[in-house]
Design a protein around this ligand. Structure first.
Ligand code: SR1
Ligand code: MG
Length: 393
């Protein structure tokens, strides 16, 4: 990957993206190129540039100086593009099979040019359609274990890790998570967005002092526990997949945080899909949750036994202690993600597309009480099999 500081920032348009691809000689000379802006996320521009004759294509992703979902009134650092490029490159050191290849990046233009994955489907959309992505959890469990172990103090030179912590300081994007995941949904805040039919359920959350105390503890972990380089926004919309392949994209929220945060976001987003399904189709997604955790434990333990650099790693019980803590925190973080995606600013299609409306509201009520229970009872939930009992309750 070539990394270059170019001239001043300006947002690209489709012609500009083609001109840039030509200038960088990313296609053969005289290729006929087309370009479409295909970004459907909350924050960035995403251009797909394609050679008409050969069909080859690339993605040019560019950060905007504000949050696209809200507009210019919400300024947002362009530095997230540097973070994303560097996180993709770091993850590729451990799991190149699960991240898009990066071809080029430019900090000043806030662009990352990468492999086009449009032969795959966004996992959230696939799961909503009922395409069960049989290898998804196997791959995500391994992605989590390797990216998180090998960037933690357990698996990385502890002095070098501190230089990485510095490189991945990401205050603006962390602030979004601190506000949207850990704060606003628990108070009467103007970023919240929910149906009026949920007003009573929402007020129950705002009045629940035990829930608030436990959420405060989880927020404090997110603020302070620099355990490993987490993806930071690992929902099913950040995963491309098909029957054979899985690619994790969009690590612009990456920073050194608690391992359980990534694991918990995966749990939560699979649970949304469970809640949206009819009971006879839920089993396959519960299996994905269990497999994610089982594969995570196996791969993390293998890496620990083979490559741990921490001298205490061989002390009996230490690995088990670390895994128990990761799971407990993941359950709590999953609870926060469930609540914020139900009543906060950024929703998920799994819940928002449920028809009829009455079932959507009833499912969101279940989601809110599930989220609250996961946060409050995270210490007594010790295996992913217990999620089923909590959903039934
Ligand atoms: C303003 S950003 C809203 C959400 O979109 C991103 O994908 C993150 O999940 C963030 O919380
Ligand atoms: Mg994203």
């Amino acid at each position: 990957c070539a990394n270059k500081k170019s001239s001043a920032y300006e947002p690209l348009n489709e012609n500009g993206a083609i001109a840039l691809a030509k200038k960088l000689q990313l296609f053969e000379e005289n290729s006929q190129l087309t370009c479409n802006e295909i970004g459907d996320g909350n924050l960035n521009l995403v251009f797909k540039v394609k050679n008409i004759e050969s069909g080859e294509s690339i993605i040019i992703k560019q950060a905007l100086p504000y949050a696209k979902v809200v507009g210019e009134s919400w300024p947002l650092t362009l530095d997230r593009s540097r973070i994303e490029t560097n996180a993709l490159l770091k993850q590729a050191e451990f799991v190149p099979q699960y991240v898009p290849r990066v071809f080029y990046s430019d900090e000043a233009l806030a662009i990352t040019i990468m492999e086009d994955l449009s032969h795959l489907q966004i996992a959230r959309a696939a799961l909503i359609e009922g395409n069960d992505l049989p290898l998804l959890s196997q791959h995500i469990g391994e992605f989590l274990a390797k990216t998180l172990f090998y960037t933690s103090d357990y698996g990385l030179n502890q002095h070098y890790k501190k230089t990485l912590v510095k490189q991945f300081i990401n205050p603006d994007l962390c602030k979004i998570t601190e506000d949207l995941v850990f704060t606003d949904p628990f108070f009467n805040h103007n970023t919240n967005d929910y149906e009026q039919e949920l007003q009573q359920d929402v007020e129950k959350i705002w009045e629940d002092q035990t829930l608030k105390l436990e959420t405060a503890k989880l927020k404090q972990l997110f603020l302070t526990k620099a355990e490993a380089l987490v993806h930071g926004d690992l929902h099913t919309g950040s995963i491309f997949a098909d029957e054979n392949e899985t690619k994790v994209i969009d690590p612009e929220f990456a920073y050194f945080g608690p391992i359980g945060f990534d694991v918990g976001q995966v749990f939560a987003n699979l649970l949304f899909n469970v809640l949206a399904r009819n009971p006879e189709h839920q089993g396959v997604i519960y299996n994905h949750i269990e497999t994610t955790w089982d594969v995570f434990v196996t791969e993390f333990s293998n890496a620990w036994n083979k490559d741990a650099l921490e001298i205490f790693a061989k002390v009996d019980g230490y690995l088990e202690h670390v895994l128990t803590e990761i799971f407990e925190e993941a359950v709590g973080f999953a609870g926060c993600e469930i609540i914020r995606r139900t009543i906060g600013l950024a929703h998920v299609a799994d819940l928002d597309t449920i028809e009829p409306f009455e079932r959507r509201i009833a499912t969101k009520q279940v989601a809110l009480s599930l989220g609250s229970e996961l946060i409050k009872n995270r210490k007594s939930i010790t295996s992913p099999q217990q999620f089923k009992e909590y959903v039934k309750q």
